[in-house]
Design a protein around this ligand. Structure first.
Ligand SMILES: Nc1ncnc2c1ncn2[C@@H]1O[C@H](COP(=O)(O)OP(=O)(O)O)[C@@H](O)[C@H]1O
Ligand SMILES: [Mg+2]
Length: 282
């Protein structure tokens, strides 16, 4: 099993605006971690920092190795791969050629573009895993939206990426495509560590093993789907108001009273953070 991801005190500042504000995050090997949070929470920036696309402070270790300060290229070679919110496949090339190019660092363009009879084992295995064996010889441009995302994931698999960071892979997918993607991620995470940025709550409930909620550059809540959904701070951020407190009467027991107070405090602090972010963004 591959290594785990260990993030400590991660900070990313853009021209005085703090997009990631002291994030600690641990993802165990084989986890299928969902990273959720409203737009602008810093999810993509966090992935950018881990993959070396933006400068960051703090520490990001994968399998014990420090990644911060390394080049994008070296981080990729350490077994870390990501997808972007829009799929980036070569539309004119076939599915197989796309996988071949991803797998083929060091091989000549000619070798890679030649129609091959002998599909290398890792490529054949990736085709199987992403369910595109039947369309291996079709141009990637003819694939359905969901299939293009799977191809991108396949391109990470043939590079033997040990940590996959997927930025909103099911955006724009049909229900069936989402289901297939979730099952694909479950299979992949048996051998690799997977972090998925996602908004869709049904998708999250079906497939997340653990969840981190980001808000205004910080980890607002973390745990199982059930734990995170029950967290009043999360409900506040997503629904824009504190949840209904079932019994708030004056004659409630002390426990209920404490619960109500905790909800209020959580909501207030979440509200303040959102207000801060709005001020900083303006
Ligand atoms: N290159 C950049 N320069 C300045 N601000 C940025 C840049 N990238 C992202 N941001 C800001 O950082 C915040 C977090 O953005 P992002 O990580 O894309 O959020 P998310 O992916 O959670 O929607 C947003 O307020 C965004 O406007
Ligand atoms: Mg984003």
């Amino acid at each position: 099993m591959s290594g785990g991801l260990e993030i400590r005190g991660l900070r990313v500042v853009f021209d005085g605006f703090t997009a990631v504000d002291g994030v600690d995050l641990d993802v165990r090997p084989g986890d299928l971690r969902f990273l959720i949070g409203p737009n602008g929470a810093g999810k993509t920036t966090l992935v950018d920092a881990v993959t070396g696309l933006v400068r960051a402070e703090g520490s990001v270790r994968f399998g014990g190795e420090e990644l911060l300060g390394r080049s994008v290229h070296r981080i990729a070679r350490s077994g870390i791969g990501r997808t972007f919110q829009t799929a980036t496949v070569f539309e004119e090339l076939t599915v197989l050629q796309n996988l071949d190019i991803a797998a083929g660092a060091g091989r000549s363009m000619w070798t890679m573009l030649r129609r091959r009879r002998d599909v290398p084992v890792p490529v054949a295995r990736a085709l199987e895993t992403i369910g595109l064996t039947d369309v291996a010889d079709s141009p990637a441009g003819t694939l359905a939206h969901g299939q293009k995302q799977w191809l991108e994931i396949g391109m990470l698999l043939v590079q033997d990426v040990r940590l996959l960071l997927l930025d909103e892979p099911v955006a724009g997918m049909s229900h069936d495509e989402r289901q297939a993607t979730g099952e694909l991620l479950e299979r992949i995470s048996e051998e690799r560590t997977v972090v998925v940025i996602e908004h869709d709550m049904d998708f999250l409930r079906s497939f997340a093993r653990s969840v981190s909620v980001l808000h205004a550059g910080r980890v607002l809540s973390e745990g199982t789907v059930t734990e995170v959904q029950a967290d009043p701070r999360v409900q506040e951020v997503y629904l824009g108001h504190a949840p209904e407190v079932p019994s708030r009467g004056a004659d409630d027991g002390p426990d209920d009273g404490d619960g109500g107070a905790a909800v209020g405090a959580g909501a207030a602090s979440a509200g303040d953070t959102a207000a801060d972010a709005a001020v900083q963004e303006a």
